[in-house]
Structure formats: structure tokens, C-alpha cells
Design a protein around this ligand. Structure first.
Ligand code: 5GP
Length: 210
């Protein structure tokens, strides 16, 4: 069966709990998944480290990465650039790991265009009110940033139906297992196993002829 990894994009409203979910998934199945680390021009938040949450870049450095073709995709989000470095993703997919990109919707659509086999997952809180509560509770952003993120969420909601699966983030444990089952189930899709199908067909033809 399919040995190459599956490229999975996870999007969701800022504050939907994607980050926590991704880390729980990776902690539980470290051999199975690789999480791509993005480059960004946004300033690190308290507790974030360069090379762990993001590769923090100046605008100039970021624009050089674009020019050299080092990013699979990039997008502007609330006044900053965010982009996915190509090398790590390709290396991990080749080695058979399922690679997760936690990126926003414009980037997700660009990845899907460049790699049509990409699996698109959208993480959402159970209600809009819950999203607002989670954003406010995080306490790391100013009222202005929260307002612009809610505004952006309303825009992003317009694209939710372009994703393959929705994941309602209510209970973390349930969510981790749900995401794992979806991605692993994806390995069995017939379109991802064309070589396997071809081989069985040929072998059966051979047996029939014996
Ligand atoms: P934050 O500033 O909260 O860490 O991220 C803001 C948004 O940027 C989130 O929706 C996140 O998923 C998205 N994002 C992070 N990395 C990338 C990336 O490499 N490409 C794109 N297109 N979006 C990203």
C-alpha cells in the first residue's frame, strides 16, 4: 500500500485550538507525523522560540526566501507574511511521514492547487461565541488584534466548505483521535493506491492465464 506520506493542511480560526491539537497529535504519534515549521515576519509572542513555533524572519529575509523559491506557498495575514519552507516537507513526505501544515485558508488553497492530493482539514470551535471567549482568554493580544482576528474568522468561514473534513474542537482527546483516524483512513483511498491496484490487476491476469 501507499508508502509516501500524506500532505495534510489544517486550517481553522485563530483561537480554535489548532496549535494545542497539533502538538497533542504529534506527541501521541511521533513516528507517524511531522509538523512543518513556517517562516513568518510576525514578532515572537512570549514563550515562542525561533525554530520551534516559527522561523522568525525580517521582511527582507522573507522576500529573499520567496525569490529563491524556497517556500511552497506564502500568504499575508493580519499585516504579516507567513510561508511554508519546501525542503523539510518534501523530505518528510518521501520518508513516509504524514506531514501537517497548520496554515490559513489562502495558503491552503495554494497548496491544494500545487499538490492536488492534499488532504484539507478545518478545525472549528463548537460556536462563534466560544471562539470569541477563547481569543479573549488567551490574553496575549490587544483588543484591536482580537477584533481583526474575529473579522478574519468571519471571512475564513466563507471558505469552510472547500475543506474535506471539519473537526469540531470541543474535547481535545476526542479531537486528536478523530484527526488521526481521518488521516490514517486516507491512506486507504483508492486514488492513493494506484500502483497497488495496477499490480494486483496484473498479477490476477497472470494467474488467470496459468
Ligand atoms: P499566528 O500569528 O496566530 O501564529 O498565525 C496566524 C495564522 O497564520 C494562522 O491561521 C496560521 O495557521 C497561519 N499560518 C501559520 N503559518 C503559515 C504558513 O506557513 N502559511 C500560511 N499561508 N499561513 C500560515
Amino acid at each position: 500500500m501507499e508508502t509516501k506520506g500524506i500532505l495534510t493542511v489544517v486550517s481553522g480560526f485563530s483561537g480554535a485550538g489548532k496549535g494545542t491539537l497539533m502538538h497533542a497529535l504529534l506527541q501521541r504519534y511521533p513516528e507517524r507525523y511531522a509538523l512543518s515549521i513556517s517562516a513568518t515576519t510576525r514578532k515572537p509572542r512570549d514563550g515562542e522560540a525561533d525554530g520551534r513555533e516559527y522561523f522568525f524572519k525580517t521582511r527582507d529575509e522573507f522576500e529573499k526566501m520567496i525569490a529563491k523559491g524556497e517556500l511552497i506557498e506564502y500568504a499575508r495575514y493580519v499585516e504579516n507574511y507567513y510561508g511554508t519552507p519546501r525542503a523539510y516537507v518534501e523530505e518528510m513526505l518521501e520518508s513516509g511521514r504524514d506531514v501537517i501544515l497548520e496554515i490559513e485558508i489562502q495558503g491552503a488553497m495554494k497548496v491544494k492547487e500545487a499538490f492536488p492530493d492534499t488532504l484539507l482539514l478545518f478545525v472549528t470551535p463548537p460556536t462563534a461565541g466560544e471562539l470569541e471567549r477563547r481569543l479573549t482568554r488567551r490574553g496575549t493580544e490587544t483588543a484591536e488584534v482580537i477584533a481583526s482576528r474575529l473579522c478574519r474568522a468571519a471571512e475564513e468561514a466563507q471558505g469552510m466548505d472547500r475543506y474535506d473534513y471539519l473537526i469540531v474542537n470541543d474535547d481535545l482527546e476526542t479531537c486528536v483521535e478523530e484527526m488521526h483516524s481521518i488521516i490514517q483512513g486516507e491512506h486507504s483511498r483508492s486514488f492513493r493506491n494506484t500502483e497497488f491496484i495496477q499490480k494486483i490487476k496484473e498479477d490476477l491476469q497472470g494467474l488467470k492465464g496459468e
